[in-house]
Design a protein around this ligand. Structure first.
Ligand SMILES: Nc1ncnc2c1ncn2[C@@H]1O[C@H](COP(=O)(O)OP(=O)(O)OP(=O)(O)O)[C@@H](O)[C@H]1O
Ligand SMILES: [Mg+2]
Length: 269
């Protein structure tokens, strides 16, 4: 992955992106512009329904914006050479497939090997699946079925599936939203370790301001009607960051700033 990681300050670029759904006529996103450098970690926070998942779908090339452009290393994400890994808001594991078969799914779908990891057959797939499971702390669990897993383990499998083709861009939509607070903290630290060990650009949607400030280089605050980025907060905390950074005055100040940014607009009539 290291050799494939593109460089530059504008690895991911959104310019004036808007989405209006034709069926409802609702303008869900408007005027969204930002850039993310290669290897950056950006968090998106905002209330339920502001358009966070819609934004992620646009960036992932799953939904065409109504206006504006998205560029991933200079190309449309839907046609980009860059592999994209996505963890959806729900884990979306297939219950009839084993853990290993779930994690290997992107390799089957992306059989031509053009994007991400180069494939040369089933053996390399098995190696890639094993490595991805090891990255999320599930080595040796490949033969289990999703029904046998705890919620936290299922989310790890979803993360392994997103990482298996060594994406240059990792899109995470509330990946830990359904987990208890302790498991969530643990997973956040694991995500940081993965990001530090394997250079990848991360865009993560979260309801948790504390998680956003702990993990990200920059927090994008979204507000709605229409959904837009109302504030960008650069998080200038040293790395590596452990959970005890939360006790510092700087961290608390970032938390307060993000909270104010979310509330400021919502309190207007
Ligand atoms: N396919 C669609 N067709 C019509 N409207 C949609 C569609 N997808 C989303 N919306 C609308 O877009 C708005 C934003 O939805 P979105 O799922 O992006 O919000 P969100 O910020 O991810 O919310 P949450 O935090 O609850 O996940 C909502 O009003 C939703 O009803
Ligand atoms: Mg959502």
């Amino acid at each position: 992955m290291d050799s494939r990681l593109p460089t530059g300050d504008e690895f991911l670029t959104l310019r004036d992106v808007g989405v209006t759904f034709a069926d409802t006529g609702e303008e869900v996103l408007a005027g969204v512009s930002f850039t993310v450098p290669a290897g950056g970690f950006v968090a998106v926070v905002g209330r339920s329904g502001v358009g966070k998942s819609t934004l992620l779908r646009v960036i992932g090339g799953l939904l065409r914006p109504t206006t504006g452009v998205v560029r991933l290393n200079g190309a449309d994400p839907a046609d980009s050479d860059e592999a994209i890994g996505i963890v959806f808001q729900r884990d979306n594991l297939m219950p009839w497939r084993t853990v290993a078969q779930n994690v290997g799914l992107p390799l089957e779908l992306n059989g031509d090997g053009e994007k991400g990891r180069k494939r040369d057959g089933r053996d390399s797939d098995a190696v890639a699946v094993g490595e991805a499971l090891a990255m999320v702390g599930l080595a040796g669990q490949g033969d289990n079925y999703p029904a046998q897993l705890s919620g936290g383990m299922a989310q790890r499998v979803a993360l392994a599936r997103a990482l298996v083709h060594r994406p240059a861009l990792l899109l995470l939509d509330e990946p830990f939203g359904a987990l208890d607070a302790l498991t969530r903290e643990h997973m956040a630290q694991e995500l940081l370790s993965i990001w530090q060990a394997h250079p990848v650009t991360v865009l993560m949607v979260t309801h948790s301001i504390s998680e956003a400030v702990l993990l990200a280089d920059e927090v994008l605050v979204m507000n709605d009607r229409p959904g837009r980025i109302s504030e960008r907060i650069a998080i200038d905390l040293p790395r590596p960051r452990a959970a005890d950074v939360e006790a510092t005055a700087e961290y608390q100040a970032y938390m307060a700033a993000a909270r104010r940014a979310i509330q400021a607009v919502n309190q207007k009539p």
